[in-house]
Unconditional design. Sequence first.
Length: 94
Amino acid sequence: MTEKLIGQRCVKKEINPSDRVIFRTWPKGDVIALFPDIEAGLFSCSSYMHVGQHGAADYRYVVERTKQATIAEYADLAVELTKIGYNLRMVRHR
């Protein structure tokens, strides 16, 4: 917990833990963000794309059909995710 002085009162705020994210690019160029630590159902993790936004994704299926996204490919999506509150920690699929 951290404390932040706002006006004349002290407000306690939880530190946002980092969200592991893997950026992948589909063959047609769309970028998907996979969050392997955020469960979204049986055999699924949370994902995010510009169009459609949040959804469940089969991690293994996505990784098999996509390639690792470059910084240039995922930069806009990373900015969008940060604006909506994610504290991103980029990792690569092994």
